[in-house]
Design a protein around this ligand. Structure first.
Ligand SMILES: Cc1ncc(COP(=O)(O)O)c(C=O)c1O
Length: 431
């Protein structure tokens, strides 16, 4: 066994996967990574949907290196630092209308916590509503608003004052062929949840515009407009958790743009700095003003190196029109996967937006989740040199979330490998 893997076993607390994939990643470039033996892999998971501009993007790396030579850290909330100011200005330019003030943190969960706190301070209300099947991070507050027992188990009891509304997951709803009806039903349920499950003291509703860990669930086109109407009637803020769906991933800079509504607070992380640790929440000046001196701080938040990397990353996305590219390549990939679905009844649904694609595997017409098959598929693909994710509330959704710079030829290769492994896994399951 590799020395690195042995040290992981001896010294690292691994708390997510049953076992960490048995490879040691040594270097990466674009959509490819190499392990310590020199073996090459095609990466269709981007370090959990992070390196949207590609691994070790030369422009991002150059910006980070230049910043390292000047300043790594001096507490960006005690003193000013130029990359932090420049990045905040850039985010104000690209964020949905009117969201111009940003707080920087280090990871998604931290930004979620900050956004929840801000919503409470601004509204003077204290409850939250979230969605079934949602995921918002691993800190206690973020887990409290996460709607998935799989992620919450062994951690309760959680924060009080949180209610959950049904998710518009049309494929597993009563209206698999009528997603708009599903959306209307879910919006009506939100109104019921507010009336019957809360005290009326609701600060904010939080949702992922496309649910990532829940299994790449894409709400129907009218969903967020209907939801926003309900929220406006009750004077409740809308927090869009774009930690996973942001920065070009879904074919727009932010996934909520597909839905024609503006959130009150936008939370981002993962894709913001192409792999450098950084997160943000961005809001209107009026809401931002609710933070008074002493209310919030993060020692490492707004790290100058991460901010310089993020600036170069966003510039690259704009120069290369990366969101549009994600939309085009995503359509291409989904068409190929849907062709594959015709010969493979185990593929229950192919869904996604841009390059945030989920392939839900089922055993039969009752939609029994093919969870062990999905895991088997991931393991088989790893052996063949392809990295994919597996997620979903039943662990039966194969996730394709490659760097947005992936080429059509690389997509072809990935889907050919997927088809071969699918056959291997379904044959093994039939024996
Ligand atoms: C939608 C969403 N929110 C929050 C988080 C938490 O982010 P982090 O792992 O950086 O804390 C994640 C992570 O997967 C996520 O997908």
């Amino acid at each position: 066994m590799s020395e690195t893997i042995q040290k992981y076993k001896d010294y690292i607390m691994t708390g997510f996967m049953k076992s960490v994939a048995p490879i040691v990643i040594d270097r990466a470039s674009g959509a490819q990574v190499w392990d310590e033996t020199g073996r090459e892999y095609l990466d269709c998971f981007s370090g959990i949907s992070v390196v949207n501009s590609g691994h070790n993007n030369p422009k991002v790396i150059a910006a980070a290196k230049a910043q390292i030579d000047k300043l790594v850290h001096c507490a960006s909330y005690l003193y000013h630092a130029q990359p932090v100011a420049d990045l905040a200005e850039k985010i104000a330019q690209i964020a949905p209308n009117g969201l111009t003030k940003t707080f920087f943190g280090n990871g998604g969960a931290e930004a979620i916590e900050g956004a929840l706190k801000l919503a409470r301070l601004y509204s003077g209300k204290h409850e939250f509503i979230s969605l079934h099947a949602s995921f918002h991070g691993r800190s206690w507050g973020a887990l409290s608003i996460t709607g998935n027992q799989g992620r919450k188990k062994r951690g309760g009891p959680y924060a009080p004052g949180i209610a959950f509304a049904p998710v518009p997951y049309a494929y597993r709803s009563l209206w698999p062929d009528d997603s708009e009806r599903c959306a209307q039903y879910c919006a009506k349920c939100l109104d019921d949840v507010i009336r019957f499950e809360t005290s009326g003291d609701v600060a904010a509703f939080i949702a992922e515009p496309v649910l990532g860990e829940g299994g790449i669930i894409v709400p129907p086109p009218n969903y967020f407009r209907e939801i926003k109407n309900v929220l406006d009637q009750h004077g409740i803020l809308f927090i869009a958790d774009e930690v996973q769906s942001g920065f070009g991933r879904t074919g727009r800079m932010f996934a909520i743009e597909h839905y024609g509504v503006t959130p009150d607070i936008l939370v981002t992380a993962k894709g913001i700095a192409d792999g450098f640790p950084l997160s943000a929440f961005t809001t209107r000046p009026q809401i931002a003003a609710a933070y008074k001196p002493g209310d919030h701080l993060s020692t490492f938040g707004g790290n100058p190196v991460s901010c310089a990397a993020a600036l170069a990353n966003i510039q690259f996305m704009q120069d290369e029109n990366l969101p549009a590219r994600a939309a085009e390549i995503g359509e291409y990939a989904m068409k190929k996967l849907r062709d594959l679905q015709k010969q493979n009844p185990i593929i229950g649904e192919v869904r996604g937006l841009g390059l945030m694609i989920g392939v839900e595997l089922v055993r039969d017409e009752k939609l029994t989740p093919a969870s062990s098959e999905a895991e088997g598929l991931r393991d088989s693909l790893l052996k063949q040199g392809l990295l994919v994710g597996v997620g979903g509330i039943y662990g039966n959704v194969v996730r394709f979330q490659p760097p947005l710079i992936i080429s059509k030829e690389q997509i072809d290769r990935a889907i050919n490998l997927f088809a071969a492994s699918l056959q291997e896994v379904t044959q093994a399951a039939a024996v």
